[in-house]
Design a protein around this ligand. Structure first.
Ligand SMILES: [Zn+2]
Length: 170
């Protein structure tokens, strides 16, 4: 099983795999035509992982599935029911940044306003967080997997320090 959003092991382009490709474990890159068979030396890199500064976020609005793909430093992609509705370049700045994406979902001849805010903080720690609003209501507020990593490392570090201090104390 491969993750849905990955980087091509050959050209590093971000690609979305369908359910079949994820299950079968092989695919062809639409950008460079590289064929991944599963036995390749180079493995696809998941976009959303513990060691990644990118992230993917999924939520539901009524019957629609909304996916936000933050390719850090590169682009922010919004998919509604697996159709790309927004693909905007990532605006990078010195220490932190907010990416705002506005789009609509058609529903009963009306257009429902949707909003995505992506917050990134990059200094001594890294933090990536995504908020998704549907018709003004908060649907999702989530940190990326990579964002949580630093806290796990810090907790483990302090537990080791505590253990050492207890051992020395005795
Ligand atoms: Zn490729």
């Amino acid at each position: 099983m491969i993750e849905e959003f990955i980087r091509c092991p050959n050209c590093k382009e971000t690609i979305q795999l369908n359910k079949q490709e994820q299950q079968d474990g092989f695919f062809q890159c639409p950008s460079c035509a590289y064929t991944f068979t599963g036995n390749d030396e180079k493995k696809p890199i998941p976009l959303d992982s513990t060691w990644s500064s990118s992230g993917t976020f999924t939520t539901k609005y009524k019957s629609h599935t909304i996916k936000v793909v933050v390719d850090y430093g590169k682009e922010v992609i919004v998919l509604v029911d697996d159709e790309v509705v927004v693909n905007q370049p990532y605006q990078q700045s010195f220490a932190s940044e907010i990416q705002t994406v506005d789009f609509t979902i058609p529903e009963n001849k009306k257009k429902i306003p949707m909003k995505v805010n992506v917050f990134a903080l990059h200094g001594s720690t890294f933090h990536l967080q995504c908020e998704i609003y549907g018709n003004g209501k908060l649907l999702l507020n989530q940190e990326s997997k990579g964002s949580k990593t630093i806290w796990y490392i810090l907790i483990v570090f302090f537990l080791i320090l505590l253990l050492i201090s207890i051992l020395i104390g005795n």
